[in-house]
Design a protein around this ligand. Structure first.
Ligand code: NAP
Length: 344
């Protein structure tokens, strides 16, 4: 395949981190990325060059382009953490991936995927089975691996019931699905009534609307009956503080997202002393570093089996052509219940 010297991409307009928080909602793309042309990168060492077929957009991408993620921006470089495509060139230490269709994550290269070509480290690439759709493969690393990793925490703790905020997120739907299959009892918290039947259908044992006037009473009843110990929280803010203080002894609040940018109170700090409650964090990047190649490989196989046999499926809100992304993505992301993709 002839590789051109330049390509179309969505390029970061800012460097480093934002001086102040601008909230977690992407109000528009224009302040953060612009459509442009840039040289096609050369893969070095253990890197591969990928002709990108489809990119997913995750909340971490939004936080990153806004300068609020745990990694600095590089002005003029493409944004985008995840996608699927074909390996069209490799560095000398990654020749085994030549010609393969792969799911990839770009976090290790600091060079994004919202472009016609992207570079990724071989360690952050997963060869994809033909039976996995592009929409599942493009969103196959960040959320699915996190789902298996965090469900592993639930299993290690031993209690069947656990609580999740942002219950209707793609990630929570994956966790609820795998938990149901293994006989666990997810308690999902949402903010829209129409998501209650949807999540019961996926396998949630209880779905509570945090906006309902009787939420705190229902939460207390469910906690008393189910005795959840793990609280997987992507929302934070006052809601998370309320849930954590309603939980029983030895509850573990595991923060893995920050969808509510307001202050997060701990209403009853004494519970950490007298009830042995704990607050922790989870980051997939660290899990990938710590678990070792064998566990990562097992998780990648499990993820592909689940997408291939239909136990998991990524809900799609929109597939936006790269040329239209700057004008359309913010509007598409505002719609609930599915992922937005960019097609270069
Ligand atoms: N730490 C890690 O390693 C890691 C890895 C993967 C993902 N994550 C995090 O996991 C979370 C979910 O990711 P995803 O891709 O599955 O998301 P997604 O499909 O885009 O869904 C986002 C969900 O969050 C809800 N939400 C947004 N803002 C909210 C708020 N202020 N209060 C309550 N709910 C709110 C939305 O509710 P509505 O449906 O009502 O709009 C929606 O259901 C994100 O925070 C992401 O950063 C973390």
């Amino acid at each position: 395949m002839t590789i051109p010297s330049t390509m179309k991409a969505l390029l970061l307009r800012n460097d480093g981190y934002a001086a102040a928080s601008s909230g977690t909602v992407l109000e528009a793309m224009e302040p953060y990325v612009e459509a442009g042309t840039i040289g096609v990168p050369q893969p070095e060492g253990s890197q591969v060059l990928i002709k990108v077929a489809l990119d997913s957009i995750n909340p971490s991408d939004v936080m990153f382009v806004k300068g609020m993620y745990g990694q600095p921006r590089a002005i003029g470089r493409p944004a985008g953490f995840e996608g699927v495509g074909e390996v069209v060139a490799t560095g000398p230490d990654a020749t085994g991936l030549a010609g393969k269709r792969i799911a990839f994550a770009t976090g290790l290269t600091n060079w994004g995927s919202w472009a016609e070509y992207a570079v990724a480290e071989a360690a952050a690439c997963i060869p994809v089975l033909d039976s996995v759709r592009d929409e599942d493969a493009a969103a196959m690393i960040v959320n699915p691996l996190t789902a298996l990793a965090m469900f592993g925490i639930v299993k290690d703790e031993g209690e069947k019931a656990f609580i999740l905020t942002a219950g209707a997120s793609q990630l929570c739907k994956l966790i609820i699905g795998v938990a149901k299959d293994e006989g666990y009892r997810p308690i999902a918290i949402v903010r829209r009534d129409d998501q209650i039947p949807l999540l019961e259908g996926v396998g949630a044992a209880h779905v509570l609307n945090a906006e309902a006037p009787d939420f705190q009473q229902k939460l207390a009843e469910v906690v008393k009956a189910e005795k959840p110990r793990i609280f997987l929280d992507a929302v934070t803010g006052p809601l998370a503080g309320t849930i954590f203080s309603a939980m029983g002894k030895r509850a573990r609040w595991i923060v893995y997202g920050r969808l509510d940018g307001t202050v997060t109170p701990i209403p009853e700090p004494g519970q950490m002393i007298f009830m042995h409650k704990k607050i922790e964090g989870f980051w997939l990047t660290e899990w990938m570093r710590n678990v070792g190649r064998e566990r990562r490989g097992e998780a990648a196989i499990e993820v592909q089996k689940r997408f291939s046999d239909g136990r998991w499926a990524t809900d799609v809100t929109a597939v936006v052509p790269l040329e239209e992304a700057v004008s359309r993505v913010a509007e598409e992301l505002a719609k609930p219940n599915g992922k937005v993709f960019i097609r270069p």
